[in-house]
Design a protein around this ligand. Sequence first.
Ligand SMILES: [Zn+2]
Length: 58
Amino acid sequence: MNQKVIMKKECPSCAMMIEKDTQFCPICKYEFPRSSYQKQLKWVAIILAVLFLLVILL
Ligand SMILES: [Zn+2]
């Protein structure tokens, strides 16, 4: 029943509850930092590439 609440986040600039997927606050135009998930994904790709190279070289 309260799924809509879960899917919202609070704008740190104006404290407005906005949709979780929104990159910009529609009220004050605050730009949310990109999710760390993408950074983690990038690091996982780098680590996998290094491991792959090690496997080939050894
Ligand atoms: Zn805002």
